[in-house]
Design a protein around this ligand. Structure first.
Ligand code: C2O
Ligand code: CU
Length: 521
């Protein structure tokens, strides 16, 4: 029998990030966090007119010393170079983004989390070949929230994201703008995106990737494309929109002061705002997931420091029937070893407030910030069972489908407008898999046999934790766990629309832990 332990359990090998440990402490947290601006990486663009993005190699100064070559989505705005822009759009708007592929291989722009049709979804079913162009037309139907876009070519997603082809998409609506007003935190000032990725960086500052790799874990952390950054804050509440855009590294994010985790208020997840704020001390954030949190620095004094840290987890212990301890079969697994180790992401430095008008130390009432409705009654909904597993040769499967072995034709078809419960079961001797569904946001109905560390966070029936209580497009299924989702396949499109279901550990995806499903009339 498998048993999971939380942070105090047996810690996995810590040799997986040698360069991080070799970095002298004084060489870390010396660069200010990059914020959305007018040019360069993370420049902000409001999508009002059609936008043309060029997928190309570009050289950027990321680390001290030699510049780093990225593959990125580039454009010019007012004669300024913009790289992987943070796009802003309004719910209800229709926007157009062109892709001009000047890489030497096929790529796409997948709009992660958006409810759009197959042709504009940007999955690998519609590659944009090297030297060609295409136009995505997006009608933004999604709730306000932080979404993202990234390359999605079959078998090459891992390498293309590791090299840089990803950006953020912020969707706004009236509810979000009203909340922002009430919070009194201006976007870009006390309301900030934190786009977190780890990269394997070589001695010459080059980003390294090995084709066919398993669980690509980096040795450097980039937050908003800044290595091990610091952020200066005044003593006040801040709002952070965290997005894990790493290939494979799972995070357990917490703001740590000394030994103590600051309480955060979790107000949103993948698909936007929750019904109410939930106090949390740390949140698991798997690749592709996003969270929206409020953090209180108002009681801190200038000079004090807080660390945004990923706490350790995924300590897996194996017991036989008698409770005797067996060797951990995952201990030699390079990915698993690094996935749960503690990692410092960003230093927060408290500075004096420049004006006398200190922002209020209290938040407005956040007990009703959004209305997302109760979980649907799914008693009559058909149940689709999906099992995550690995075969003897180390290949990942969803039921009997492996994208490479089973082909790209839809594994199953769903009638448009029908509703289904998907019951996803992970095997005991497995890893946590962040499972992502294209085209539809879903609700999480329950978790069973969750690891104790997750179980301890239950706040709602069905073993749900605060992060499970909103709309999601990516859900972690822990080893041995069964997660049930409610999915409504209503959509305003016709004909057959094909989408992907896959693990967002990009190496698992590229190795075929993905299937196509169709939605038909
Ligand atoms: Cu974020 Cu299928 O992808
Ligand atoms: Cu996986």
């Amino acid at each position: 029998m498998w048993r999971w332990t939380g942070g105090h359990g047996h810690r996995m090998g810590s040799s997986a990030t040698p360069d991080l440990q070799l970095l002298a402490p004084e060489a870390r947290f010396v660069q200010p966090l990059r914020l959305p601006g007018a040019e360069g990486l993370l420049a902000e663009i409001e999508l009002k007119q059609p936008l043309q993005l060029i997928a190309q190699a570009t050289t950027q100064a990321l680390f001290p010393g030699a510049p780093t070559q990225l593959w990125a989505y580039a454009t010019q705005v007012n004669a300024r170079a913009v790289i992987n822009p943070l796009l802003r759009a309004r719910r209800g708007d229709t926007i157009e983004v062109g892709l001009d592929n000047r890489l030497a291989e096929a790529t796409t722009i997948h709009w992660h989390g958006l409810s759009i049709d197959e042709a504009n979804d940007g999955s690998g079913l519609h590659p944009v070949e090297a030297g060609t162009q295409r136009r995505y037309r997006l009608r933004i139907d999604n709730r306000a929230g932080l979404y993202w876009y990234h390359a999605h070519p079959h078998g090459r997603t891992g390498v293309q994201l590791q090299r840089g082809l990803a950006g953020l998409l912020l969707i706004e609506d009236a509810e979000e703008l009203a909340l922002r007003q009430r919070l009194g935190m201006r976007w870009g000032e006390r309301d900030l995106p934190l786009m977190i990725a780890d990269k394997q960086v070589g001695a010459d500052n080059a980003i390294v990737y090995k084709d066919g790799a398993d669980d690509w874990i980096g040795n450097r952390v980039l937050v908003n494309w800044t290595p091990e950054p610091y952020l200066e804050v005044i003593p006040a509440w801040y709002r952070f929109r965290l997005a894990n855009v790493a290939n494979a590294r799972m995070l357990r994010a917490a703001f740590i002061q000394g030994e103590r985790a600051l309480t955060m208020q979790l107000i949103g997840t993948d698909g936007g705002l929750l019904e109410r704020a939930w106090p949390v001390e740390d949140v698991f954030l798997a690749p592709a997931q996003r969270i929206d949190v409020l953090v209180d620095f108002s009681a801190l004094k200038p000079g004090e420091r807080v660390m945004l840290r990923s706490l350790d987890f995924v300590a897996m212990e194996n017991e036989d029937e008698s409770g005797a301890f067996l060797p951990d079969p995952m201990a030699d697994h390079p990915g698993a070893a690094a996935m749960g180790e503690p990692l410092d992401l960003m230093e927060v430095r408290v500075i004096e407030c420049a004006t006398d008008k200190r922002p209020p130390a209290h938040l407005p009432d956040l007990s009703a910030i959004s209305s997302i409705g109760p979980l649907p009654d799914t008693t009559d909904w058909p149940v689709r069972a999906l099992r995550l597993r690995m075969d003897e040769e180390g290949r990942w499967f969803i039921n009997d489908w492996n994208f490479h072995l089973s082909g790209h034709e839809p594994a199953f078809s769903i009638r448009r407008g029908s509703r289904e419960v998907w019951e996803i079961r992970n095997s005991m001797t497995s890893m946590p898999h962040p499972i992502h569904l294209h085209g539809f946001q879903f609700r999480i109905l329950s978790r069973a046999i969750s690891p104790p560390d997750i179980r301890g966070r239950q706040v709602a029936a069905g073993g749900l934790n605060p992060q499970d209580l909103g709309w999601s497009d990516t859900v972690v299924v822990w080893p041995g766990e069964v997660v049930r989702l409610a999915i409504d396949f209503a959509q305003p499109f016709s004909g057959t629309q094909r989408y992907m279901l896959h693990c967002h550990n990009l190496e698992h995806e590229d190795m075929g832990m993905m299937l196509t499903f169709g939605v038909t009339d």
